[in-house]
Design a protein. Structure first.
Length: 333
């Protein structure tokens, strides 16, 4: 597609079903590599990052069949332990393949995201975590790769120094086949992390959230195949909701969950936007002039950093002035 031609000025009305969450789909592909049985992932988003991850999996030995918004994955055996540098540069989530590679063949060569140009720092929390589980990891600046090996991964109690979405997911993926019990403290709470946990539980993993920001994983010997449906993408839900309000329209978003976007709903209501929560989704509608409302981004369950741009656009149509403040986070990898 070379260009989009948009004729504006019309309120948006109707019902829409959004794509599956990207941040679940990419991790579901990695989880599927933890077993040699078939894993079916439904409601996948057909985006470039997903297809890059599929290419990487096929390089590693997986068979992947895409049928519409469904992916059928089977990793009988790994035929390589190395992620290609060029493809890793296109998908930072490729670092998560560290987990199934170590779990199933005991070795992995993972490029530093962006290559040696960035140095060894961006995934240091992930590296620290897998080292705690028993992996030996060294970084070689001359090739830009982390070289890891492990005879056996063993459960441990590990506390993240700062919030890390991808770090939490990598440690969960690394611990499900490890020997013994792993307790992750200060673990991320995002809905996408919980979706990954649900998938792994369906594959036979033993994972529980037993305290605030704490996850316990009891390692099992093997995982099995399953069928799993990805939840709707929170960012896409917010985009459509904003489009409904800014055009003075009325949109029903199917499968939208209140708990996933609670902080956004709170701000919409404060701004006098219309919100109707239904059993199978949420309706967003314009019914009175909007009121400028300040937001400050934060980690889940706070207002997502990704939502500040559409919120700022929405506030251009509101009465009064508002401040959109971004909390500065360190690299969350």
């Amino acid at each position: 597609m070379e260009k989009l031609i948009i004729t504006g000025g019309n309120p948006l009305h109707g019902s829409v079903k959004v794509s599956g969450a990207k941040n679940v789909a990419l991790k579901a592909l990695v989880a599927a590599c933890l077993t040699n049985e078939e894993v079916i992932v439904e409601n996948i988003p057909l985006i470039s990052d997903f297809f890059v991850m599929v290419d990487i999996m096929q390089d590693l030995g997986a068979r992947v069949h895409i049928d519409g918004h469904k992916a059928v994955v089977q990793m009988d055996n790994f035929v390589s332990d190395t992620i290609p540098l060029d493809k890793a540069a296109q998908a930072r989530t490729s670092v998560l393949f560290l987990a199934p590679l170590l779990a199933r063949i005991g070795r992995a060569n993972i490029p530093n995201p962006g290559g040696c140009r960035l140095g060894a720092r961006p995934i240091d929390r992930i590296v620290d975590g897998v080292r705690a589980l028993g992996a030996v990891v060294t970084y070689k600046s001359e090739d830009g790769y982390f070289h890891a090996h492990a005879k056996e991964m063993t459960g441990v109690t590990y506390s993240f120094s700062k919030n890390t979405h991808t770090g939490t997911e990598t440690l969960i993926l690394s611990a499900v086949l490890a020997k013994g019990k792993t307790v992750l403290k200060n673990a991320a709470e995002e809905p996408e992390v919980d979706d990954l946990i649900v998938l792994l539980q369906a594959m036979g993993a033993r994972i529980t959230r037993n305290a605030h920001r704490e996850i316990t994983i009891v390692g099992v010997e093997t995982l099995h195949g399953t069928t799993f449906r990805i939840s709707p993408d929170r960012n896409e839900i917010v985009t459509f909701a904003t489009a409904a309000l800014i055009t003075k329209g009325d949109i029903f978003i199917e499968e939208a969950k209140e708990e996933d976007i609670a902080s956004f709903l709170e701000k919409v209501i404060a701004a006098r936007g219309g919100v109707e929560k239904k059993e199978n989704g949420i309706r967003f509608f314009y019914h009175t002039p909007l009121l400028a409302t300040d937001v400050t981004t934060a980690i889940y369950p706070g207002f997502m950093t990704d939502w500040q741009a559409p919120w700022a656009v929405l506030m251009t149509q509101a009465e009064g002035n508002c401040v959109v403040h971004e909390t500065v986070f360190e690299n969350k990898m």
